[in-house]
Structure formats: structure tokens, C-alpha cells
Design a protein. Structure first.
Length: 80
């Protein structure tokens, strides 16, 4: 279970990270997006995280250290 993030989400990492995520590790991140609902109540949601995708995501971060998303991935911080 992960916390649901609400609001307009602008993924750190830009187009190169989004393209890599969609192609190489679509189930590798631990987050849930709740849309533009601005509820005061925080919720959790079940999220499937593929172990192979999670590993591929870490390998991508090591190969792309200058991408702004790489430090978050290598530190184990969740998020889009």
C-alpha cells in the first residue's frame, strides 16, 4: 500500500525519464496518482511493483546520473 498523491503531477526527469519508464520499467515505481481530487483525507492504494521493473529502474538511474530523477530513484524515494 502506498499513499495516493493528488493534484497535477509533473514528473521530475522530463521526457527522457517518462519514455524510459513507459518502455523499460512500467511497473517499477511505488506511487499512486489520485487525480485532481483535493481531499483533506489521505488515502492509501495497492500498487503492483514488478521486481524486474524496479531493478531496471535502478539500473537506468545508474546509467543516467545527470537526470534529475536519478537521485530520488537511487535513494529509494517513491514518486512519479
Amino acid at each position: 500500500m502506498v499513499w495516493v498523491t493528488y493534484g497535477l503531477i509533473a514528473p521530475i526527469g522530463g521526457p527522457s525519464y517518462i519514455a524510459a519508464m513507459n518502455r523499460h520499467f512500467p511497473y517499477g515505481a511505488e506511487f499512486a496518482i489520485g487525480g485532481c481530487d483535493n481531499r483533506a483525507v489521505r488515502r492509501k492504494a495497492p500498487v503492483y511493483v514488478c521486481p524486474k521493473c524496479k531493478q531496471a529502474r535502478c539500473e537506468w538511474a545508474v546509467k543516467h546520473p545527470k537526470n534529475p530523477k536519478s537521485p530520488d530513484i537511487l535513494a529509494g524515494r517513491p514518486g512519479p
